[in-house]
Every structure is written in C-alpha cells, then in structure tokens.
Design a binder for this molecule. Structure first.
Ligand SMILES: [Zn+2]
Length: 120
C-alpha cells in the first residue's frame, strides 16, 4: 500500500513550546492520517483535513512568529527544501511503520530544485 503526503503544516506544540512540522498522509485505501515531527501519529477523517484557508492561516501565523522571534524551528525560511516521500505501509499505522516513517523522514529531505522557464 502506497502513501503520500498531501499537506504540510506548522503545528504548535505546547509540550515543547515550539513548532513541529505536521504531515497529512493519504493512504491507498482512502484513509488519512496525521504525523508530526514529534512522532505523534493518528488516523484522521477526511473531514478533519485542514482546509487550504486553514493551511494558509497556519503558515501566516508561523511566519509572524518567525519574524517576531528570529527563530525558524521548521527551517522554512533559512533552509528551503521539499520533501518527497513514498512509503509502503505493511499493515497500517502500527509501531513498526511509525519507526519506518521516522527513518523515512530522516533521509528523504531533498534540496529544493526550482525550474525556471526562460523566454523563448
Ligand atoms: Zn512536541
């Protein structure tokens, strides 16, 4: 079963008092789950996926926080990157796949490539 990240969000963590990157995953069986860089992983309903308005609002909130604090815990402004992750899930979000997902996140950060079109 193949899973894809459909959305990346900044997510404030009260425990760590900082931001975590949250990923919304779409799975081949039509289910969704959410995973943040804390390792929290939970299934979510399609209806609970943040809207694009919410997505924009959270990134604005994060941007304002970065400008205020001069810190960029998600590396969003000082190090730009894109993440491409394909993962095979053996049997759903159990501990084994969670560990695999952490490893996956660790190695799959790719430098962002920007394609620019010159005038023809
Ligand atoms: Zn945390």
């Amino acid at each position: 079963m193949t899973s894809d990240i459909v959305m990346e969000l900044p997510s404030w963590c009260d425990d760590c008092e900082t931001w975590h990157q949250e990923f919304i995953w779409a799975h081949a069986d039509g289910t969704y789950s959410s995973c943040d860089s804390d390792g929290d992983h939970e299934p979510i309903d399609e209806a609970d996926i943040p809207s694009w308005e919410e997505h924009e609002r959270l990134w604005r909130e994060y941007t304002e926080w970065v400008l205020e604090r001069g810190e960029d815990p998600l590396g969003n402004f000082f190090v730009r990157y894109s993440i491409k992750v394909k993962e095979r899930w053996p049997g759903g979000p159990d501990q084994e796949s969670l560990a695999g997902q952490r490893r996956q996140h660790g190695v799959s950060v790719q430098p962002e490539t920007v394609t620019e079109h010159a005038f023809v």
